[in-house]
Design a protein around this ligand. Structure first.
Ligand code: ZN
Length: 241
């Protein structure tokens, strides 16, 4: 059957320009036609993504305050979240419109950014923020896991999905207040006993909004392994953090 796949590949290769002409790839945000160099967002929208500069002490302190846990040793978030901006579309496409390829792509960008800042990785495993199995079944994937796979490709730390499980299918967080989010999520994670074999892990999320999810996970992890050092990776970070 390998000849069949080879032939199929050849046909697709030659048909690609025609397909592109009939159905051009469009920017996920503004719907303008894309060039080959930027696969998901056009140049203008790409430029609109606000890279977070971690050198700015103010941002750093702000997030550390929200995260609370003294066991968090490093945080790396890629873009500033803004309503109605390309970053919101990007996250929405990834989470609700089955555009799963965005996860690995921007996960890789996050890994590269981390590397560029010459940061040393203090993590033996990348742990994607888990979603309930029911939600995963409906969506077909966990977006944080896709991002983690992209980061892993660059920093060469394995992704472990068996260390944290989501025990309850909590209500969606988007419409809740800061206090409501914390109450909603607290105690909804189950940690594997294997966590005692780790000294350091990294949690990977798609967006940090109030820090409630990350705080709840840190709390649950440290309950089982008080000496754990935690790094956080996130594709986006809201101003409200
Ligand atoms: Zn655009």
């Amino acid at each position: 059957m390998s000849w069949f796949y080879a032939l199929f590949g050849q046909i697709i290769f030659f048909l690609k320009p025609v397909i592109h002409l009939l159905y051009p790839d469009l920017c996920i945000h503004c719907k303008r036609e894309l060039t080959a160099k930027s696969p998901y967002l056009c140049y203008t929208c790409l430029m609109d993504l606000e890279l977070i500069k971690w050198q700015r002490k103010q941002t750093y302190n702000q997030v550390f305050q929200a995260i609370q846990s003294t066991s968090v040793v490093q945080i790396c978030a890629l873009y500033r979240f803004r309503d109605s901006a390309p970053i919101q579309t990007l996250l929405h496409e990834l989470k609700y419109r089955h555009n799963s390829r965005l996860g690995a792509y921007f996960g890789t960008v996050l890994g590269l950014q981390f590397q560029e800042e010459n940061a040393t990785v203090f993590a033996q495993a990348l742990i994607p923020v888990p979603i309930h199995p029911r939600k995963r079944f409906d969506r077909g994937y966990n977006q944080s896991e896709l991002i983690a796979n992209g980061v892993s490709r660059i920093i060469c730390v394995p992704v472990k999905t068996n260390l944290i499980k989501k025990a309850f299918n909590t209500k969606t967080q988007t419409k809740l207040s800061k206090k409501g989010r914390a109450q909603n999520i607290r105690g909804s994670f189950r940690i594997s006993d294997d966590i005692v074999n780790y000294q350091s892990v990294a949690i990977v999320d798609d967006v940090i909004t109030t820090g409630a999810t990350i705080n709840a996970i840190c709390e649950a992890l440290l309950e089982k392994n008080a000496n754990l050092q935690i790094t956080i990776f996130s594709l986006a970070l809201a101003q409200s953090v």
